[in-house]
Design a protein around this ligand. Structure first.
Ligand code: ADP
Ligand code: MG
Length: 702
């Protein structure tokens, strides 16, 4: 029977060696030892690992797996895997299927070709992967190849983090430690751990594969570099939440099924604002598992799209003139016994745990606003932030009416009451009265409190959620450590709490903004308030190794100065590479596709003029058309030549930040000039000879 006829409850997690699988297949003492490892955050004993590995292998082989791999997340932002089969040849010319505890817990990929930002020279090839046993292993079916995947961290021979997972796990430890200190100081004796929870909403575009293949820009640079606007765009607001197109709905169905098999709790799906744009969101879970699941979601979206003759575009800005794609990262912190520390309850003004954790987030975000901004910087997101479709590059916080009121009360010496939402009466006798939330939503804020969590709306759609998440974990942990010190030293807890809350409310009022973040007025107002505004990706990257950031990460043991510098270099270098690919793709298309089409059209106009003239008629309008068109050809030729020069000059620059700046300042400007003339040419040339699928075709035809 095919999977689609199996009940979802049976499909869900069927490819995951999860807790229930372990309980069923492992000897009781081994299962208990494994649970202790997880609960006490201890390394796994060898004997235990051997037994687990063997049970995992048997399970994976039953699922058809022949190989295993350590699945890790290098600094490319993608995932990496190197497959090894389970086979072990015997002297009789046969094979045994083997898998040891050592193979499960540790891998040694030759890792010299991953970006390391100078942490390792190419000749120092050794890298290590280590199983993150808090994220369950799973089998993944790639065509006929079925492989046991082991979610892993990746580091260099010297133990430097070379991936996104390691700092995330370290930041979870520090949030746990500092969060527990605060909870204990407040008298909590039942919880043992504090964990960050994450729910990433993933936006993406789907276009027909046939169009994709005809666009070198999409194939190589992952976004369109040319394209006149479609006569119809998103102005009718008719795509958002619209009825799903049947072909898209079938695609989504298969995506869900594949994700459910992998234990990813895909929950919400809908049409997004731009035509051809969609969203998928899971039910939130622990931050490292949620990040692994988001990587799987992106992979599954891309894979399944091809089966439906679509291509899934994950880029932040595949099309100019319509909305780009983000990844809203919903974050909260939760105890192991299920208390959401950002749950305000009905009377938040007297909920001390909530108020302290909320204050920690507010202080952290304000103090490290630049780092928050840098955590969402990438080439694609540069087109999104501040373009009236996503928040500007200014970090501010939305609290809403109820919390704003409490925050003001705190600043004035103590909170005495909480505003309540009341009921909504809809005016028709058959409609129910709805309990009204205490606060409206704000869709324009970069960091919005949404009831019992924060929604970080700046991250871009291709980004790993690890970066933004470990920054939030770290800054919150750092402020919690400050609070813990004060609380632990206090002999009048009530007074100390009041002081902390009042101080945060006064010191950080300027980062709270409940209005429309998409207006120019806000940009001006933010400047007056002294909030940093960093529209440039390169600027944002350059601020990463600032002294206060190095100190923060070292204090919380999340990244060393060396690691932070290496990361910055990797990001700046990648920016340059991506811009170079875009610019070179553009030159290629301008010279080999757009110019030939333009010349052909000019030739047609010229022969038409000749034919008309020899028939004894003078066509001044055709002559004018040709003259005007030839000047566009000149402009295309000229701007393309300038772009080529800029690319060649950029290639000569050795210094990585300087190179990135050159791309940002010179190459991007040269690209804009080429695009503007090419897009004008597109609006004139005969549609039959235009070599590229148009925006209207790509966005509207399925
Ligand atoms: P929106 O209306 O903001 O688009 P969605 O339902 O699309 O909301 O996504 C909200 C996301 O936030 C979901 O992934 C959801 O599981 C997640 N979420 C809810 N509560 C929490 C929490 N406590 N911690 C982290 N994420 C959460
Ligand atoms: Mg959503």
């Amino acid at each position: 029977m095919s999977d689609c006829f199996l009940p979802t409850t049976e499909v869900f997690g069927s490819n995951v060696f999860n807790d229930s699988c372990m309980r069923e297949r492992l000897p009781k003492n081994i299962y208990k030892a494994f649970r202790r490892t997880i609960e006490n955050r201890e390394p796994l004993a060898h004997e235990v690992a051997d037994v687990i590995a063997n049970a995992m292998k048997d399970w994976a082989i039953e699922k058809g797996a022949t190989h295993f791999c350590h699945w890790f997340q290098p600094m490319t932002g993608l995932t990496a895997e190197k497959h090894d089969s389970f086979i072990s040849p015997t002297s009789e010319g046969k094979v045994l299927m083997e898998f040891s505890g050592k193979e499960l817990t540790k891998g040694e990929p030759d890792a010299s070709s991953f970006p390391s930002g100078g942490l390792r020279a190419t000749f120092e090839a050794r890298g290590y992967t280590a199983w993150d046993c808090t994220s369950p292993v799973f089998v993944k079916e790639d065509g006929k190849n079925i492989t046991l995947h082991i979610p892993s961290a990746f580091c260099s021979y010297n133990g430097d983090a070379l991936d996104k997972k390691t700092p995330l796990l370290r930041s979870m430890d520090s949030l746990d430690k500092q969060g527990m200190r605060v909870l204990r100081a407040l008298g909590n004796t039942t919880s043992n751990h504090v964990e960050a929870t994450l729910g990433p909403e993933q936006e993406y575009f789907l276009i027909d594969k046939e169009y994709f293949e005809k666009r070198l820009d999409l194939v190589l640079a992952k976004r369109t570099l040319f394209g006149a606007p479609s006569p119809r765009g998103q102005e009718m607001d008719d795509h958002y939440f619209g009825t799903l197109h049947e072909r898209v709905a079938s695609f989504m169905h298969e995506v869900n099924t594949e994700l459910w098999k992998l234990g990813v709790s895909a929950k919400t799906q809908h049409n997004e604002v731009s035509p051809a744009q969609y969203e998928i969101a899971p039910v939130f879970t622990t931050v490292n598992v949620a990040t692994d699941h988001n990587q799987l979601t992106m992979e599954v979206l891309e894979q399944v799209a091809l089966r439906h003759d679509f291509v899934c575009l994950l880029n932040e800005k595949p099309f100019a003139g319509v909305n780009g794609s983000g990844k809203h990262v919903n974050w909260s912190a939760c105890t192991d016994d299920g208390i959401n520390l950002l749950e305000p309850g009905t009377t938040p003004h007297d909920n001390m745990v909530f108020l302290l954790f909320l204050s920690a987030v507010i202080r952290g975000v304000d103090k490290y606003a630049k780092l928050m901004r840098a955590s969402v910087a990438n080439t694609g997101n540069e087109h999104r932030l501040g373009a009236n479709e996503a928040p500007p590059a200014i970090v501010s916080i939305f609290l809403g009416d109820q919390l704003m009121d409490i925050f003001e009360q705190l600043a004035n010496g103590g909170a005495k009451s909480s505003k309540q939402g009341g009921n909504l009466k809809l005016g028709a006798s058959t409609l129910p009265n709805l309990p009204k939330d205490c606060t409206d939503r704000n869709r324009t804020s970069p960091f919005a409190f949404t009831g019992n969590k924060f929604e970080f709306r700046m991250p871009g759609s291709t980004q790993s959620s690890a970066g933004p998440a470990y920054v939030i974990n770290t800054i919150v942990a750092d402020v919690l450590a400050e609070f813990a010190e004060e609380l632990e030293a206090s002999d009048d807890m009530e007074k100390t709490l009041e002081e902390i809350l009042a101080r945060v409310a006064k010191d950080h009022k300027h980062v709270i903004f409940n209005g429309d973040n998409y207006t120019d007025d806000w940009v001006k107002e933010a400047e007056k308030r002294g909030l940093p505004n960093m529209p440039s990706t390169v600027e944002a990257f350059k601020s990463i190794p600032d002294k206060e950031h190095v100190e923060l990460f070292e204090r919380q043991k999340v990244l060393t100065e060396r690691e932070l510098h290496a990361r910055t270099e990797i990001l700046l270098e990648a920016y340059g590479h991506e811009k170079a690919i875009e610019a070179k793709s553009m030159v290629n298309m301008a010279k080999r596709q757009i110019m030939p089409a333009a010349v052909e059209y000019a030739e047609r106009l010229a022969s038409s003029i000749n034919a008309v003239t020899s028939a004894g008629v003078t066509s001044t309008s055709q002559k004018k058309m040709l003259e005007k068109f030839c000047s566009l050809i000149d402009a295309l030729d000229d701007s393309t030549a300038k772009l080529e020069v800029a690319v060649a000059e950029a290639a000569q620059i050795e210094d990585i930040p300087e190179k990135a700046e050159y791309y940002r300042d010179k190459v991007v400007a040269a690209m804009t000039a080429v695009r503007s003339v090419a897009d004008e040419i597109e609006t004139v040339v005969d549609a039959k000879i235009w070599p590229l699928p148009t925006y209207a075709e790509m966005l509207f035809l399925k």
